[in-house]
Each structure stands twice: as C-alpha cells, then as structure tokens.
Design a protein around this ligand. Sequence first.
Ligand code: KE4
Length: 427
Amino acid sequence: MSTKSQQLFDRAQRTIPGGVNSPVRAFRSVGGTPIFMQRAKGAYLYDADGKMYLDYINSWGPAILGHAYDPVVEAIQERATLSSSFGAPTELEVDMAELIVSMAPNVEMIRMVSSGTEACMSALRVARGYTGRNKFIKFEGCYHGHADAFLVKAGSGLATFNIQTVPGVTAGAANDTLTAPYNNLNAVEQLVADNRGEIAAIIIEPVAGNMGCIIPQPGFMEGLRSICDREGIVLIFDEVMTGFRLAAGGAQERLGIKADMVTYGKVIGGGLPVGAFGGRRDIMECVAPVGKIYQAGTLSGNPIAMIAGYTTLKTLADNPGIYTALEEKTALLHTGLDEAFRNSGRPYVINRLGSMISVHFSEKPVNNFDDAAAADNATFNRFFHQMLERGVYLPPSAYETWFICNALTETDIEMTVQAARQSLAAL
Ligand code: KE4
C-alpha cells in the first residue's frame, strides 16, 4: 500500500520539476520518497499520512520558536483582515526596520526583500556599486542563494547534488567570482594580492551551515576583517542562517566581529518570505531611490510577512532567555549524540556553535568543504533513513546543519539520542 506521500510525490512530479519547489527537499541524495507534510506544531511535524516526526529542520531555520507559534499565528490572522499588501509604505515596515537596527550590531539601515537570495544578490550589487569594483570572494561550500554569481563551488543543494558548474550560469556572470577554502586565510591573501584593487567584497557565512555546520577557526574572521580594512573591501556577513539565531545580534555579536553589510532571511520572516540586507549608512545610502544602485520588489516589506517577522523578532528581543535555552538544549543533544556515536565505534565528528549542529561520519576534523565531502556521507544517508523511521526528521543531506527550535524539550532530546543509538546499531 503506497503512502499518501508517495501518491502525492508521483502526482507532483508531473507538474513540478522533481516534484518539489526547492531541490534539497527531494531526498535525491539520501534516496527514497520525500515526506509531504500536512501540519506542524511546536517541535513536531505531521505528514500526509498523519505520522509524527520530531523536526530538526524547522523550515531550514525560520521556526526558531517552534511551528505555529501562537502569537505569530494570531498576528498573521489579524493583519490579513487589513489586506495582505498595499505596494505602499506602512508603519509596520518602519517598526520592523527600527527593531532590526536595535538588535543587529553595525546595521544602521536595512532594506527588506523577499528571500535570502534577494538579500545576498542585492548586497553584492551594492558593494560593487559602492566600491566601483567588480570581483568578490566567496568560500567553497558556502551558499548565498541561487543568484548566478554565487553558483560557483556553492554548498547546500549544489554540494548535495555535486553540481560544480550550473548550466545557464554564464562565464560573464561567474568570471568575477573568486573562491577560497573556508578557514584558509592564506588563500584569501593570495587572491587579494593577485587581484589588488579589483575586489569589491568578501561574503561569508560567519558560521557556515551549508556544508554541515562549519565553525570559523580562531583568527580566521579577525583576519578577514583586517584584510577588508586594509584593502577597502566590503565585508558581507551572510547571516541568513545565523542572524537572530546564534544571538540577538547574530554572528556579529557571537563572534565579536564587525561586518560592513549583513544579509538576513529565515528567522526574520517567522516562516513567511522575508529577506533583508543592511549595514553602514554610507554604504546603504547608495541604494535607490536615495542613491543610484537599483534594487526593488513588489512584495518587499508586505504587512503579513512583516507582522510574522516582527512578532518573532520581538519575542526573541524581549526574552533573551530563549537564547540560553536554545544553547542548553543543543548542548544536551550534543552530549547525548557524542555518547551514542562514541559507543557505536564509528568515526564521527560533531560540529556545534549555539543552536547550529551537524554530525559527520568522519575520522578527521571537518573545517571546510573538502573535509565535509571526504566524510562517509553514504553512511550519513543510511543514518538519515534509520532516524526517519524512528520519527526523527533530520535535514536530508550531510551538507546541511541541523536546526533546533525552542519548543524542543529534554524528553524530545532523550528520544532523539535513543533513536540515534538504535539507528547506529542498525546501520
Ligand atoms: P533563500 O533564497 O533560500 O531564502 O536563502 C538563500 C540562502 C542564503 N544564505 C544562506 C546562508 C542560506 O542558508 C540560504 C538558504 N539556505 C537553504 C538551506 N541550506 C535553504 C533551503 C533550500 O534551498 O530549500
């Protein structure tokens, strides 16, 4: 008897490429049929067949407070009665901008968009326009959305499917993209020396989450900051994942590093389509209509997405204990998984910072994309399915970080660790 997910997947593939609206959802790397979800509450997902799962994806980050968080749901319901979009400025957008500026270090001005991709592509354009330079540096395995210039040695779905060159991305679009291994400052120095005066920006995930969770090594971020100060390069922190997750002030606060521009997504939309880019006033005032660097969006700052994001961020701002709770929950999970993996006798590495965590079946440290790619990811894929069968829904790729939400309980974590013990034994 086929499951509802299998029936829906068969149907979906007839009208949607791969049956999904974003490739990583398709289970292509882990194999099997993607699970079609029907509803969720707190830390739990319920699929089309009514089966319950403990969620470690949380919509790839947005559901930091848990799914269907009542104040967010109520705010959306109420706001929807006032119309979903005007295409005109609203007080809510000013409230949102002021809240973000109050929470995010070094962000003097912010522009709302509708996705992390839009945020990153816009930030790059602004950095290029501000400096008058064309080239930029990204890091292998980092993912900054699917704008052409970023689809060079990118992480997330491109790493998952081992897509190194993307048809449709022209040489013209990618020629100014320079890449270096994460955590390799010498490689960055070499690129800067070889392209002196031509580099507009360095963009980085300050804690990488698209090749599993990769932690910046001591001195790496400080070195990038120093290079950018010396060379007049704009340092862009892509905080689409880390923003408002690692701390109220995101990775800038957590790592103590000042970025010139920051991009956001995920959490700031509370589950609705929102992205944003912001930073120093002198840079942001180059953005149209006050400056000449054009960027626009029909639904940018629409009231429904704003109220979902505002309610989420305000909850985080007003309850700093949530960050302590997220830290404690993730540390408890880390300890439990560490014990389970150690007792399994299998080589493993657990990378964690704040509520971002990933497990790699690797004998050596995982500090960059090559390390992540060299891990035994076939075993991860089997582990994924063993956990899924036990009701634990992990990201369906070894190249993703796991996301913790604040609705997770100690009992949930104990159940996860028990499922890991059993899954490892069953591999
Ligand atoms: P979106 O355009 O998907 O909203 O954001 C792109 C993006 C930018 N920067 C970082 C650091 C990101 O992680 C992302 C998107 N993350 C992936 C998960 N690895 C989204 C999931 C998907 O592609 O379906």
